[in-house]
Write a protein that binds this ligand. Sequence first.
Ligand SMILES: C[S@@+](CC[C@H](N)C(=O)[O-])C[C@H]1O[C@@H](n2cnc3c(N)ncnc32)[C@H](O)[C@@H]1O
Length: 203
Amino acid sequence: MVEQSIWMQKVAADPGHSQWYIERFRSMARAGQDLAGEARLIDAMVPRGARILDAGCGPGRLGGYLAEAGHTVVGVDVDPALIAAAEQDHPGPRWLVGDLAELDLPSRGIPEPFDIIVSAGNVMTFLAPSTRVQVLGRLRAHLDDSGRAVIGFGSGRDYEFSQFFDDAAAAGFTPDVLLSTWDLRPFTENSDFLVAILRPSSA
Ligand SMILES: C[S@@+](CC[C@H](N)C(=O)[O-])C[C@H]1O[C@@H](n2cnc3c(N)ncnc32)[C@H](O)[C@@H]1O
């Protein structure tokens, strides 16, 4: 067993938290808001029919878009209510409940590595801090040697970017491109958001 994620601690403290989050995104979708910006960047980075892991997929807005675009998508999230919503709202990907710290997709019948892994929406800041390096290590283990991981989260959420870079290095990743937005603005020392495109250190 690993330490419980901060997200599931929130759910334990407020059982309505998951439903609130699901409804928030459903109402934005009904209002016609653009919920696919991150997914469009991922789509642009891979060939058609790529293998994509949506790590901490929540109710599935990225994975759903990417499956519609013709990719083979697996989404993993620790919150069963969010996975149920993803299955309902975005049929197509394989949606799985699981803690990223214990990610072992070959044991669940998915042996092939991924071309790209995306983790959007501040997932990193909802991990139990004691599991961060382990989670990044599990992502590395599921990535093809020529693949990339794209991880986005904001500052002011108790995970310093400098610590994240150290953790990513410890997990076997090297920064490829650092951005401050999903529409490709560069990362600087003053950025309050990070989109890190990482490659395996050996590659
Ligand atoms: C703010 S939501 C973002 C959801 C989705 N990525 C998006 O952008 O719409 C953060 C997500 O991280 C997931 N999460 C947090 N810790 C996790 C863990 N250890 N393993 C798997 N998922 C986790 C939560 O369950 C939640 O769905």
